[in-house]
Design a binder for this molecule. Structure first.
Ligand SMILES: CC(=O)N[C@H]1[C@@H](OP(=O)(O)OP(=O)(O)OC[C@H]2O[C@@H](n3ccc(=O)[nH]c3=O)[C@H](O)[C@@H]2O)O[C@H](CO)[C@@H](O)[C@@H]1O[C@H](C)C(=O)N[C@@H](C)C(=O)N[C@H](CCC(=O)O)C(=O)O
Ligand SMILES: Nc1ncnc2c1ncn2[C@@H]1O[C@H](COP(=O)(O)OP(=O)(O)OP(=O)(O)O)[C@@H](O)[C@H]1O
Ligand SMILES: N[C@H](CCC[C@H](N)C(=O)O)C(=O)O
Ligand SMILES: [Mg+2]
Length: 481
């Protein structure tokens, strides 16, 4: 327990009203249903509801203070007022949940965040650090993986997870900063010493409106979240890279640009091998030949971004390159699920954007002798504009396209499929993901390759408000057996 005064000192403009500084704080919550006596409640205006409407309920449940806009009505508890209550709440809560792992880094970008945080975690571990990652796969350490549902559930869960990791002896942590998380101040308050940008392409425009706003949401990572004197690892091969580098320079962060156009970690060459690829990498004036055991240009890019983060946080480049040769595949990212009876390899990948789909198909192309069969759908209650674009990418790059269901959520699955089909003339539509997977595998010959895209590691299919058990890898094995 801590006193409210010490938690807000220097953060909140106004002095706490009479006696407020001595109030004992027992915890933090942003949902009134999680308030207990002594909780500080963050009341935020949301997309669905206004959290300020729950202030009376939070106070009735024992909230000691409310962090909310100055206009909010607070009676019977201390009102800590700020025009940006989400930011202030994160700062105050971080003081409560401190200490955190000593070395903390964050990754943003449309695609590649989960892969990159997972690869940094592995590199750090190989270098002898106690490391963890937080993101779509949950909270991962070398001994444990706990799923959390969302990439970044909420600020209280995030800070309490980070604090729990510190208690378990974790010294190095990498986390995913999604654009929703950044816009809602869900992943901050703690010192972040390096940030990384992977790439930017169409997704989530339902939430952000347009690409410039989406870009700005992501750039908060470098503008505000990474601490003064910190580093920025920037994937240099994206059409947005130059703009990112500009922002990083303006903020005065140390830049490590990585990729084919990168100078700090330069990818000079890349040759696919049967189970991976040989990369030629220049870093710190030396040339390294790295046998990366992961396929696809996109995985090479993520591996180098992860390497950049390890270097930015003090690791020796030569040692990091040695580690890259020993990384384990990331769950559900070009994971080889099974080889069909006919002899066709079946890959599961989490591609759920047009650019992700392009990356996944291009990764498999050099490994395909016959036809590349791509199966995917699009998630319901998400950016609708990406659907025909995903269809178009697949129709252009794959030899045979099957359009099926992803997580329809509250939408009509056939309407989602129709929107995808609109971009993919010639594609076959099969409602019901299991039936579609069975058809894809049955259709594949010995020289063909099957890509099951969109759901990666997910263990359930969200239909309406029900989550039915579903795992692409398991279903693929059942259909192939
Ligand atoms: C669009 C979005 O990001 N929504 C998230 C966000 O909602 P919001 O702030 O708009 O909240 P709201 O539901 O309108 O409620 C407003 C406030 O009232 C509070 N409340 C609400 C009801 C109540 O009874 N009592 C109460 O106190 C809520 O806790 C909230 O603080 O905050 C909520 C509480 O933390 C989240 O549950 C919710 O995630 C929804 C479920 C969601 O689907 N999010 C997805 C899109 C998401 O965030 N995905 C990204 C991944 C993106 C990527 O990596 O590509 C992620 O980081 O996971
Ligand atoms: N660097 C990259 N460039 C292009 N596509 C990529 C890249 N990295 C990953 N992808 C594609 O995106 C998919 C998801 O990868 P990953 O889970 O690492 O990304 P993410 O950013 O965490 O996604 P999410 O937004 O769902 O959390 C992969 O399965 C792949 O198809
Ligand atoms: N983080 C992404 C994951 C999408 C995964 C896909 N299977 C879907 O349901 O759309 C999102 O929440 O938009
Ligand atoms: Mg992710």
């Amino acid at each position: 327990m801590m006193r409210l005064g010490s938690l807000v000192e220097g953060l909140s403009g106004d002095a706490l009203p009479g006696g407020g500084a001595d109030a004992l704080v027992t915890g933090f919550a942003i949902d009134n249903r999680k308030v207990a006596p002594g909780t500080v409640f963050g009341a935020f205006q949301g997309l669905r509801v206004n959290g300020e409407d729950y202030i009376p309920a939070a106070i009735a449940a024992g909230a000691v203070a409310i962090v909310a806009r100055p206009q909010a009505r607070v009676e019977g508890a201390i009102h800590i007022a700020d025009d940006n209550p989400r930011r202030l709440f994160a700062q105050i809560a971080a003081r409560f949940f401190a200490p955190f792992p000593d070395v903390t880094v964050a990754v943003t970008g449309t695609n590649g965040k989960t892969s990159t945080v997972e690869l940094v975690r592995q590199i750090w571990r190989m270098l002898g650090h106690h490391s963890a990652s937080i993101g779509t796969l949950g909270v991962t350490t070398s001994v444990d993986q706990v799923s959390t549902g969302l990439t970044t559930p909420d600020i209280v869960t995030f800070l309490s997870n980070m604090s729990g990791l510190k208690r378990e002896g974790i010294t190095h942590a990498a986390f995913e900063a999604s654009s929703h998380g950044l816009a809602q101040y869900r992943t901050e308050g703690l010192p972040v010493i390096a940030g990384a940008f992977t790439n930017l392409s169409r997704d989530h425009l339902d939430y952000h409106g347009d690409m410039d706003s989406y870009f700005d949401a992501k750039m908060r990572l470098f503008d505000e979240v990474v601490g003064d004197g910190g580093a920025a690892v920037v994937g240099a091969d994206d059409e947005w890279s130059a703009k990112v580098i500009e922002r990083v320079a303006k903020r005065g962060l140390r830049l490590l640009d990585v990729g084919v156009k990168g100078r700090a970690v330069h990818l000079a060459g890349r040759t696919p091998t049967q189970l991976g690829q040989m990369m030629e990498v220049e870093a710190e004036g030396k040339l390294f030949k790295v046998n990366l055991p992961l396929i696809g240009a996109y995985q090479a890019a993520n591996a180098l971004t992860a390497a950049g983060l390890a270097i930015a946080t003090g690791a020796d480049a030569a040692k990091v390159m040695e580690c890259l040769a020993r990384v384990q595949p990331v769950r559900g990212r070009l994971e080889r699920a099974v080889i069909s009876r006919a002899g066709a390899p079946v890959y599961v990948d989490y591609a759920h954007t047009p650019d992700g789909l392009r990356a996944a198909i291009e990764a498999l192309r050099p490994h395909t002798r016959g036809r590349l069969i791509a199966l995917f759908g699009a998630g319901g209650d998400r950016d609708t504009g990406k659907r025909p674009l995903m269809g178009r990418v697949a129709a252009e790059l794959a030899d045979h396209v099957i359009v099926t269901d992803d997580n329809p959520r509250s939408e009509d699955p056939s309407a989602i499929r129709a929107a995808v089909m609109a971009g993919a003339p010639g594609a076959v539509e099969i409602g019901g993901r299991r039936a579609a997977i069975a058809a894809a595998i049955a259709d594949a010959g010995a020289d063909d390759i099957v890509l099951l895209a969109g759901k990666g590691h997910e263990q359930g299919q969200i239909i309406g408000d029900r989550v039915l058990p579903f795992d692409d890898v398991t279903v693929a094995r059942e259909c192939a057996g």
